[in-house]
Design a protein around this ligand. Structure first.
Ligand code: PLP
Length: 359
């Protein structure tokens, strides 16, 4: 079975196997890790190691805090403005797809949000204008963008230059897929359910000078300074999800880190995009330079075959290929845990399906 779900997504097989082995008795404690106190020495050690492993994998500089939070990506849509929109009260939001649009809707509750829309359609393919053409404001408290739009399959590979204005990125569906220079960002956040672990855990990586700016009204569990002062244990954290994330970080380290992961992801994405590109039966509607390596939306030229395609794919063990309801078509999410074999199985299936239906 290969599961192409956009999230919650597959976890790496070795991670699931290890979790299964130690489900009832973790680290000779006689308990499941989910039954242990988050303040006990065993869990505290696990939590610290998870953070250190993540710092190593992403090369996170010392002047950044790593927070393990609740509330998912949408929680951060609210937490970011409540923590940062306290200078001019203005922020620039770059909208490249449905998730950055949702971030705008939430942020508008807290301040003056300026929307920048750099997506253009050229020859039926969507592309994003280079960041130097975004016309950002000079007085924004921060600039928010989403480097990988999970629904639309649009990825921005360059990191926008925003000078002294803090750059905030929703990396929910791109984090850990390739190396990034953390020092170029003021704040990175990501829901865990794609490349980190199970849903219920949210990562925030925040530069220390941005702490302590929050609105008085921000709930304690969303206040970055309070979370940082309490090592993400201001309230009971999602301990089991944190544990699974620790196994994922360890798996990534063993694999060879993010450079290796990026190479594997590139191979998978190239395999699928190249097949779609040479086919007259399927179509991808994103320009080459912005094609996501994680989420590959595609359409059948004859959309009346969609239901049959999905049914037969499921019978072939290829799950969750239905595109998001807002855009239709198909979507193959090929996050870190998806092996190349899964992508090859999908391509073989797509080829056979096309052959059976092409006149
Ligand atoms: N941002 C992006 C890029 C996403 O893909 C998602 C969910 O898939 C979200 C935000 C919302 O995350 P959550 O469901 O954890 O609130």
């Amino acid at each position: 079975i290969f599961n192409f779900c956009a999230g919650p997504a597959m976890l790496p097989k070795p991670v699931m196997q290890q979790a299964q082995t130690e489900f009832l008795n973790w680290n000779n404690t006689g308990c499941s890790v989910m039954e242990l106190s988050h303040r006990g020495p065993e869990f505290m050690a696990l939590a610290a190691k998870a953070e250190q492993d993540l710092r190593d994998i992403m090369a996170i500089p010392d002047n950044y805090k790593v927070l393990f939070c609740h509330g998912g990506g949408r929680g951060q849509f609210a937490a970011v403005p409540q923590n940062l929109l306290t200078g001019s009260g203005k922020a620039d939001y770059v909208v490249t797809g449905s998730w950055s649009q949702s971030a705008v809707s939430e942020a508008k509750k807290y301040g003056d949000i300026r929307v920048i829309e750099p997506v253009r359609e050229v020859n039926g393919k969507k592309q994003v204008l280079p960041a130097c053409e975004w016309q950002l404001s000079s007085d924004a408290d921060y600039v928010h963008y989403c480097p990988n739009e999970t629904v639309d399959g649009i990825e921005i590979f360059e990191v926008p230059e925003t000078g002294d204005i803090p750059l905030v990125a929703d990396m929910s569906s791109t984090i850990l897929s390739r190396p990034i220079d953390v020092s170029k960002f003021a704040l990175i956040y990501a829901g865990a359910q794609k490349n980190i672990g199970p849903s219920g855990l949210t990562l925030v990586i925040v530069r220390e000078d941005l702490l302590g700016r929050a609105m008085n009204s921000v709930p304690g569990i969303f206040n970055y300074q309070i979370l940082a002062e309490n090592d993400s244990m201001f309230n009971t954290p999602p301990t089991y999800a944190w544990y699974l994330a620790s196994l994922v970080f360890n798996w990534l380290k063993q694999l060879g880190g993010l450079a290796k992961m990026a190479q594997l992801n590139r191979e998978k994405a190239d395999c699928l995009y190249q097949f779609i590109e040479q086919s007259s039966f399927y179509e991808n509607r994103v320009a080459k330079q912005n094609r996501s390596t994680m989420n590959v939306p595609f359409y059948l030229q004859d959309e009346s075959l969609n239901d049959e395609f999905l049914r037969k794919a499921k019978e072939a063990g290829l799950l969750a290929l239905k595109g998001h309801r807002s855009v239709g078509g198909m979507r193959a999410s090929i996050y870190n845990a998806m092996p190349l074999a899964g992508v090859k199985a999908l391509v073989t299936f797509m080829q056979q399906f096309a052959e059976q239906h092409q006149q």
